[in-house]
Design a protein around this ligand. Sequence first.
Ligand code: PLP
Length: 375
Amino acid sequence: MPRPIQATISLDSLRHNLARARTAAGGARVWAVVKANAYGHGIERAFPALRAADGFALLDLAEAETLRALGWGGPILLLEGCFSLDDLATCERLNLWHVVHDTAQIHWLASRRKARAHRVFLKFNSGMNRLGFEPQHYRAAWQRLQELPAVGAVSHMTHFASADGAEGIDDALERFQSAVDGLPGERSLCNSAALLRYGRDAQPPRRDAAAVLGDWVRPGIALYGASPTGLASDVRRWGLRPAMSLRTRIIGVQTIEPGSAVGYGGLFRAERAMRIGVAAVGYADGYPRHAPTGTPIVVDGVRTQVIGRVSMDMVTVDLDPVRAAGRAADIGSPVLCWGQHVDAELGIDEVAEAAGTLGYELMCALARRVPVQLE
Ligand SMILES: *Cc1c(COP(=O)(O)O)cnc(C)c1O
């Protein structure tokens, strides 16, 4: 029997979340962001569910090639643009749209000869100070692109630094609007957080929702059913469904005396006699090593907690709450690390929060050794 760990990807959940994003987007077109191998879900696996999107956004040229090989003939956007002059030839061959965020990329474009071969999204730095042109250089960059024979339509884009936080998007939005004011071209602004917090369903409603949504929105994490804010309550409030579940089984059971230590470093010490279980999942599977005692985990449909230190291949869990609920809590009992199983649900955001990270990191870290099944 193979080791009992298994990840599952729900195509229905992906479809549902994409439809949910489309509703929030009003009439704007939707890029399905599938960078990092569809946030760990697998581009090939997610593709049948996400092909109802208007386009795919990613940053790895090999992943773009994969989408073309899967038969996707629609738009593909490279979110970080080209990394070298050579990449422009790949963009022409695969018909990839690409972000222009630096003058070096404009120089490369100037050397291409094929008329109007490049559809580009000029990136405005609205305050994140990562990629993009500063307000004082934006229009000159736009003008220069207009004059290049190899460049076709030029769209405008920005990425919010704080769409998921208390600061919100107002200042960044204002900077973007004044930079692009009067310029022709499509606009793209929203990641998942901006889309869900400030789009058509914004609470309170925004009069400028149409300007926030622009022509294209770029949801990533929402498609996979986790929250950009890290709050599991937002996943429920927005009606998203978890796409990834990580399931395993109990492979060992111990009954320990009060005062006994558990795991490496004896980090957990029992205050009472306890029945504990060993689940076949560890950090080499992508379970976060920093998940402390108290991290929620579900055994036999009953919510309990991780105890002691997470090791490479195993996690120890408290079986007493499971027993108290009348379940066997024995070798072979099913364990849900995150996602859903039968009637149980455990948000990846809850596990991430306990481990001091976000659902993004956990899903992207799903290890290659974990078998994945579609459902
Ligand atoms: C990753 C990314 C997104 C998607 O972000 P989510 O928070 O996952 O919705 C959108 N735009 C850009 C530029 C990105 O890099």
